[in-house]
Design a protein around this ligand. Structure first.
Ligand code: 48H
Length: 257
């Protein structure tokens, strides 16, 4: 049978529109498709929650593709190995407590397993604002990333969420929006994003997991964003803390849904 170009277009337009409509009202909306967001999405989807992840860029994976300084190897410490095992990501021992994995395999496998668990991923979409209802974060305001890049004056669309996970990494974009314009103070000393501190791998890796928490009603932070919001150190290209933080975010939210 001859292939019809218009049917191909029709499938894409209809099925993407259906996917978008299915996700207008979510249990959890995750902002950012780095390691923390992907791991959180996997564990939430696996438990059957309606969860979608929005990523500004074309590619999912955030800062993990490039390992350290574009050497595409990641380092993972012992206590995060169960997560690599859960995803079936290969790893190798370097010495006690230092393991390494292929960054490309890690990103692609996390992404694949999260999709297969039921996480809906929307790339090329930027979260530009949030919705607030009765002093609680209640939704996300979305626009195409090219609208932002092209500085086009085009109004966004919105989706409802019971919880939002800010997994936007170093810039902690959603938390900054909440602190800056929603009228809700963050649960930090100053009520705003405290700001990330200089590098300390040992402290940073503990801090990121400890400070994965609900920082405002309806808003949980995970990954590098948790360090930035609560004022912890960065840790460089060791990724165990990002994986553990993503898992903790899912575990914190699940009993509240
Ligand atoms: C849609 C957005 C928006 C937005 C940002 O940076 P990431 O990889 O974040 P984590 O926390 O999962 O992992 C951090 C890790 O990659 C890292 O940078 C480490 C360990 N650094 C240590 C150090 O010392 O430097 O991913 C965040 C993602 C990115 O892909 C952004 O494009 C995306 O979030 N994003 N997506 N709407 N408003 N803001």
């Amino acid at each position: 049978m001859k292939l019809d170009e218009v049917i191909i277009s029709e499938i894409i337009i209809k099925e993407y529109s259906r996917k978008l409509i299915r996700n207008l009202d979510l249990d959890v909306g995750i902002v950012g498709g780095g390691p923390a967001g992907l791991v959180a999405g996997y564990y939430l989807a696996q438990k059957g929650f309606k969860v979608a992840l929005f990523e500004r860029k074309l590619s999912i994976g955030g800062g993990m593709w490039g390992g350290g300084m574009m050497f595409n190897i990641i380092v993972v410490q012992e206590n995060a190995l169960p997560i690599l095992q859960e995803f079936n990501i290969n790893y190798h021992k370097y010495q006690d407590n230092y393991y390494w994995a292929n960054a490309v395999e890690a990103v692609s496998t996390l992404t694949s397993k999260a999709c297969q668990a039921g996480l809906e991923i929307f790339n090329l979409i930027t979260v530009e604002d949030i919705m607030v209802d009765q002093n609680r974060v209640s939704g996300l305001v979305l626009n195409w990333s090219v609208v932002e890049m092209g500085k086009l004056h085009i109004d966004p669309l919105t989706i409802k969420t019971r919880y939002v996970i800010d997994a936007t990494g170093h810039p902690s974009e959603v938390s900054r929006i909440v602190a800056g314009k929603s009228g809700i103070s963050l649960d930090t000393e100053e009520g705003i994003v405290s700001g990330e501190k200089s590098m300390n791998a040992e402290e940073g890796e503990h801090f990121v997991v400890d400070q994965t928490r609900e920082v405002a009603p309806g808003l949980c932070v995970a990954g590098m964003c948790a360090c930035a919001v609560s004022g912890g150190p960065r840790m460089g290209p060791i990724f165990g803390g990002m994986f553990l933080s993503g898992k903790k975010a899912a575990e914190l939210i699940i009993p509240k849904l």
